[in-house]
Design a protein around this ligand. Structure first.
Ligand SMILES: [Zn+2]
Ligand SMILES: [Zn+2]
Length: 344
């Protein structure tokens, strides 16, 4: 009889009605040694190497042009074998550079949210995966696996999305009492769906979604993750304006210590299971998230409505529709009218 009940319980657990594995409080595992997380500077792209004991996982590989850089970086870390290679989603700045590592190192498991995507970058990734004798595994929410003493859980994507960024595989890596969340380029829809599913998103370190774009790192998501540290993988002077000032501002409000690959190069986080220490390739003390915006622009106009606002107004236009003015006078001289809400 007891066996029947155990079976039913196991079945219910397997059905995973909440849509997320981590509804039960995470059990702090005993760890020995350290786990290293390398945020490799691949410019306007993502690539992270996680090493725990003799196990290693590579999440994304930057653009096609970063492939050999990532291979040399891994070789410098004495990597000759990757237990997991993860393509968070099919955009080139994530999957492009995975071909080199897949060609060079013995790999055990390859994860991606899709098995096909119409781009040369993805076709090459699929080709080198097949050359290893492997199939691409599409993980499900709730899947988990170990990486040495670390445990890895799949938090997203919760649904099938049309928007490729939202298809990003979202992984939480827990090591002792510390944890890292890697949301790829997941945007607000995916963030909200993980919240709605009751995922335990809380993490010590957040790899900021979508290179610090305004479309990710919403307040509710940030409150749930409640990170002490955030790392933004972003290219210097990129054409997207990443990281967005609005995202930086939310991270300031949440009192998160920010690291940035555009300013600090490669960033390495080392966890001993209780605390995390960071080392950066360059400019350790650079101001990564200054309170004042660099040029002290305080008025923001909407290029469509020709209304201007204080930068603190909650009716600011979308980033692509913004024009910034250094003074009230400059905005009026340009033919803009004051917002009736924030009364600049
Ligand atoms: Zn993307
Ligand atoms: Zn991206």
């Amino acid at each position: 009889m007891n066996q029947v009940i155990t079976c039913i319980l196991a079945l219910l657990t397997a059905l995973n009605l909440s849509g997320c594995a981590a509804v039960q409080p995470p059990v702090a595992q005993q760890v020995s040694g350290t786990m290293e997380v390398h945020f490799i500077d691949v410019g306007q792209a993502d690539s992270e190497l996680i090493q725990c004991g003799d196990k290693a996982m590579l999440i994304d590989g930057g653009n096609v042009a970063d492939s050999s850089l990532v291979v040399s970086y891994l070789s410098a870390q004495k990597i000759d074998h990757l237990d997991y290679v993860v393509c968070t989603h099919a955009h080139e700045d994530h999957v492009g550079g995975l071909s080199g590592p897949l060609n060079k190192f013995k790999v055990d498991h390859v994860l991606a949210p899709v098995t096909n995507y119409d781009s040369d970058a993805f076709r090459n990734f699929a080709k080198y995966t097949a050359a290893q004798g492997l199939d691409i595994t599409v993980p499900s929410v709730g899947d988990n696996f170990s990486l040495g003493d670390a445990s890895v859980e799949v938090m997203g994507p919760q649904k099938l999305y049309d928007e490729t960024n939202n298809t990003s595989i979202v992984l939480k890596v827990t090591y002792g009492e510390t944890s890292f969340l890697f949301p790829g380029d997941a945007e607000r829809e995916s963030e909200q769906d993980m919240l709605d599913a009751g995922c335990d998103l809380n993490a010590t370190v957040l790899k900021v979604g979508h290179h610090g774009s305004d479309t990710s790192t919403t307040y509710p998501f940030l409150r749930a993750v409640a990170p002490s540290y955030a790392v933004i993988s972003v290219g210097a002077d990129n054409s997207y304006g990443h990281p967005a000032e609005s995202t930086l501002s939310r991270l300031r409000d949440a009192e998160v210590t920010v690291y940035r690959t555009d300013l600090q190069g490669n960033i390495v986080a080392v966890s001993n299971g209780k605390q995390i220490s960071f080392t950066t390739q360059k400019e350790k003390d650079v101001q990564t998230n200054p309170t004042e915006s660099k040029t002290e622009i305080t008025y923001i106009g909407n290029i469509n409505s020709h209304v201007f606002h204080r930068d603190t107004c909650d009716a600011l236009p979308a980033e692509k529709n913004q024009v910034w003015f250094e003074s009230r006078e400059a905005a009026i001289a340009a033919g803009y009218k004051a917002c009736t809400r924030c009364k600049p």
